[in-house]
Ligand binder design. Structure first.
Ligand SMILES: [Zn+2]
Length: 348
């Protein structure tokens, strides 16, 4: 009988080894060790043995049964580790590999510059005003002292909007001055920055470009205020306290007097040449750069906005914003800003 049990045990071990699923192991367990399994089948003949043998055989049979039960448990465990081994082969993950850095974009150079200007002017008490890109002839020209027959309209090659009478893409940010003054009483201290449009397109001109516009109106505002604000602003923009400004008489219909604004070249510091006598290409060796236009607000413009031009005076200025970014970052071509070539944009 003992040999029968030993035989049964080895048969079950082989079956367990062949069982590749939990279900198969469980079936094997039931077949051999279940209530009406093969083991109990053999044990039925125990009662036919003489009493002496019954004891020893029974004891040995129990030991073997325990071994068989343990074999079943071990098989369950080994099957689980086989399964995990397979997962490790197919779904492995090396937690020590450095992570892949997601690509994060950043603001465009022009947008960043606009933010910087807000800070520079914010410290001087200026707030930011905004107006529409698609503007009426009334605000873009008439209210700025540029009537329909005025030659200044030809100076600014205007995009007229088809099918919308008297509507243009704004040629300057100046209409925002009028809109703001109509809605606010003096004192006024605003800047306006944004897109402007003219039919210009060559190496140094783009049909869309950006302007920075400033307006300050109060009692007793003079040219001295204009010069101080503009000089300080340019020193802040180019991060160079040695920047000097000069003002040349010019004509803009919405100011009187009007002037062109120049500043010393931030690269050669007004010398026209770099160390070792290398000629400065940015200012073409003259030491000065044209930056924009400015002037005292024309009394007619103040009146158009409903201000008392006897009581209030003010100044306004308009700078080419793109050009200032080009100077600051030594960029040669205006088009680079708008071509969306990532190799250019990522440099800043
Ligand atoms: Zn220079």
């Amino acid at each position: 009988m003992q040999s029968k049990i030993q035989h049964l045990k080895s048969e079950m071990l082989a079956a367990l080894h062949a069982a590749k699923t939990e279900e198969a192991i469980r079936e094997t367990e039931i077949k051999y060790l279940g209530r009406s399994g093969l083991f109990n089948e053999i044990m039925k003949s125990l009662k036919d043995l003489p009493d002496e043998e019954k004891k020893t055989v029974g004891k040995a049979a129990n030991v073997t049964k325990k071994e068989m039960e343990e074999a079943v448990s071990r098989r369950f465990i080994s099957l689980e580790s086989e399964r995990l081994g397979q997962i490790a082969e197919t779904e492995w993950l090396d937690v020590t590999v450095p992570g892949r850095k997601p690509v994060v974009g950043h603001r465009h150079l022009i947008s960043k510059f606009i933010d910087d200007l807000e800070i520079i002017f914010g410290k001087m008490g200026f707030t930011v005003a905004e107006g529409p890109d698609v503007e009426s002839e009334h605000y873009n020209f008439n209210q700025l002292n540029i009537p329909p027959d005025h030659p200044a309209r030809d100076m600014q090659d205007t995009f007229w909007v088809a099918n919308l009478p008297n509507t243009v893409l704004r040629t300057q940010t100046s209409p925002v001055q009028i809109r703001y003054m109509e809605a606010h009483k003096p004192p006024v201290r605003i800047i306006c920055m944004g897109k402007t449009f003219r039919k210009d397109s060559d190496a140094t001109h783009s049909p869309m470009f950006h302007q920075l516009e400033g307006l300050m109106v109060d009692e007793a505002i003079s040219m001295a205020n204009l010069k101080a604000i503009i000089t300080h602003t340019l020193q802040q923009i180019f991060e160079d306290p040695s920047i000097k400004t000069r003002f040349r008489v010019s004509f803009f219909p919405f100011v009187e007097p009007g002037m062109e604004v120049d500043c010393t070249c931030p690269i050669c510091h007004g010398e026209g040449k770099l160390p070792d006598n290398v000629p400065c290409r940015l200012c073409k060796q003259c030491g000065w750069l044209e930056i924009g236009g400015a002037g005292m607000v024309h009394p007619k413009v103040l009146k158009n906005a409903g201000y008392d031009s006897k009581k209030y005076t003010g100044f306004a200025f308009g700078f080419g914003l793109d050009r200032m970014v080009m100077i600051k970052h030594r960029i040669n071509h205006l088009r680079l800003f708008f071509e969306n070539d990532l190799r250019f944009i990522r440099q800043f």
